[in-house]
Design a protein around this ligand. Structure first.
Ligand code: ADP
Length: 408
């Protein structure tokens, strides 16, 4: 049965929206409001294969939602006619409080604000978006889906940092991110393998601008590479991933950088950008192919880190059914897929050169790029976080309706 959901992803100066049918992932319309709070803003609305763009000032998030509603009214679809079931919200940080999607009420909005110290760039914007959307869609249920929730199953050994008690009491631990994506592709991969969820061990490599590795055992996250923040782990577009924590003090002293500047450079001037001057993998691969030594090194470091995590997580899982690749790089970069998993045949992990080129995954289903008979499948699954948010929102509402006396 069709179940359209309006999915909102609110950033500090942008609002992404999509109307998606939770039943099958069909996108009815999508859009982006950019440069909220600046002198000139922009609204891009996509429907029926056309993009309608308009430059207008957008004062705040309330105005951003109003601008999106205008775009629906002008270009369709008619939101009242669509029969929206819910509004689904992407919220970045749920701390240790939220392991599941949650119906939005005043307490939930307050909790998202309270968790702001853990995600100062994201949670305050998410909370403002929640409040504005609740006013704009007062008659619809709103559901918050947290990017950290899927990783709340991490065992203490995997989420505890070996730091003083006072730090741990201040919330310093591994939370993990990309959870919505990992939940989505894990399910699709398990279905493609034809295995029972309880009996399936996966390593999910989400390689986008941000990048993470997650070990999934029986549908539960048991190890993940991102930590207190999304800075830890794999090499990313502009983030360093893992490094010796003593580097922070060293560059503060030697380069006279303050703590905020060190953190900014680790997030925005490191990773592929720091090594090769380009945060876009397409540019890095092209430069390496043209003989650029910096780009070649960047690719080597990127792939070396991935292999290290695959080996580590294989050891944690004690066996492996599939490596699952997703995100812009994982879904599209044949060169990185082949290179990152090169030399792992002794672990049963191999990319078939022909299949890597010819096999194409579809929305929600996997392409197998490992050879026939390989002990470990290598699967490419396009992620769809909005569909996952819509599905989780509808599942929550259905469960709530079923639990109510007289509910169906
Ligand atoms: P985000 O994390 O912002 O959602 P994406 O998942 O879209 O980002 O991933 C963006 C990354 O995917 C960029 O580094 C981009 O270069 C890379 N990418 C997209 N298409 C290709 C392609 N055809 N070949 C190589 N890399 C690609």
């Amino acid at each position: 049965m069709s179940a359209p959901v309006l999915v909102l992803n609110t950033g500090s100066s942008s609002l992404k929206y999509r109307v998606v049918d939770a039943a099958d992932g069909t996108v009815l319309a999508s859009g982006l409001v950019e440069r909220i709070g600046e002198a000139t803003g922009r609204v891009e609305h996509r429907v029926d294969g056309s993009t309608h763009a308009v430059d207008v000032p957008v004062a705040d998030h309330e105005a951003a939602i109003a601008a999106a509603l205008d775009a629906f009214a002008t270009h369709g679809p008619d939101l009242a006619g669509v029969g929206l079931r819910a509004v689904g919200h992407r919220v970045v940080h749920g701390g240790t409080r939220f392991a599941e999607p949650v119906l939005v009420d005043d307490d939930l909005v307050a909790a998202v604000h309270e968790l702001a110290p853990l995600a100062p760039l994201h949670n305050p914007a998410n909370a403002v978006g929640l409040e504005a959307a609740r006013r704009a869609f007062a008659d619809l249920p709103h559901v918050a889906v947290f990017d950290t929730a899927f990783h709340q199953t991490l065992p203490p050994a995997a989420h505890t940092y070996a730091v003083p008690a006072a730090w741990r009491e201040a919330g310093v631990r591994r939370y993990g991110f990309h959870g919505t994506s990992v939940a989505f592709v894990s399910r699709a991969a398990t279905a493609a393998l034809g295995r029972a969820v309880d009996d399936t061990r996966l390593i999910v490599l989400h390689l986008g601008n941000g990048a993470s590795a997650t070990a999934v055992d029986g549908g539960r996250s048991v190890a993940t590479s991102m930590g207190l923040t999304p800075l830890e782990g794999l090499v990313m577009g502009s983030r360093s991933g893992d490094l010796d924590p003593a580097v922070l003090g060293h560059v503060r002293r030697e380069l006279s950088l303050d703590a905020d500047e060190v953190e900014r450079q680790l997030n925005a001037a490191s990773g592929l950008r720091g090594l090769a001057g380009d945060n876009d993998m397409r540019g890095v691969v092209a430069a390496a192919e043209a003989g650029d030594a910096d780009a070649e090194l960047a690719l080597d470091v990127y792939c070396h880190r991935i292999r290290s995590y695959v080996g580590a997580y294989l050891a944690q899982l004690g066996g492996l059914d599939a490596v699952v690749l997703t995100g812009g790089v994982g879904e599209n970069s044949l060169a990185v897929r082949a290179r990152a998993l090169d030399g792992l045949a002794h672990l049963g992990i191999e990319v078939d050169a022909h299949r890597n080129v010819t096999e194409r995954p579809g929305p929600g289903w996997a392409a197998r790029i490992s050879p026939d008979g390989a002990p470990v499948a290598v699967l490419v699954v396009p992620t769809d976080e909005e569909w996952e948010i819509a599905s989780q929102a509808v599942a929550l509402l259905d469960a709530a309706a079923g639990a109510r006396p007289g509910g169906s």
